[in-house]
Design a protein around this ligand. Sequence first.
Ligand SMILES: [Fe+2]
Length: 232
Amino acid sequence: MEADADLVARLEEKERQLERYATDLRETFKAERKRAQELRASYMATVRALANAVEARDAYTGRHAERVAAYGLELAHAGDVPLARDQQTEFGFLLHDVGKVAVPDAILFKPGPLTAEERVLMEQHPVIGWEILRGIDFLGDAKLVVRHHHERWDGAGYPDGLTGDEIPVAARVFAIADALDALTTDRPYRPAGSFTQARKVIEAGSGSQFCPASVQALGRVSDARFEELRAA
Ligand SMILES: [Fe+2]
């Protein structure tokens, strides 16, 4: 009997010990999750600060990065949900034009068409952006959006002249969001068009400038939704 009581006492102690371990594990897990959330938030704050530093120079396009990122994420949701959920996608969208910090004002804000030499300088911004971000480890695939956001489906884009599927999928989706924003924003040389008009232009470029699957995703997002994102 005494041996039984002893066994029961030992088992109870073991059970309490296991409960303590479980509690410790839960606490550790909660603390880890909080740290991961904090890290995620500080990554996002850093990305936003960098993107805003570029935006601050340009009164015309004001809030372009945030808006185009919202359009791009909406398109990603409509076409490739895992892509939309990957934080790298949003980072890349927000930072796409970071390399414009190196483009002189006289070129960046020139109201008329650029000369051949000015165009060469302007077209360096994806590579400059990629170089600026190269050493930042938490920006993984985001850097690919920065480098490849001016590639074209037919290979006539820059900087690397990639073709079709060689172009990272986030960069292909982004190219459409960027065009959509450009076409629906006032420019010194022309007024803004409507989303319906912009859609027609982009659809006409399916398979030449733009990835056909991403253009199809555009077809699944309504003008009203884009209006809503623009007003946000
Ligand atoms: Fe760009």
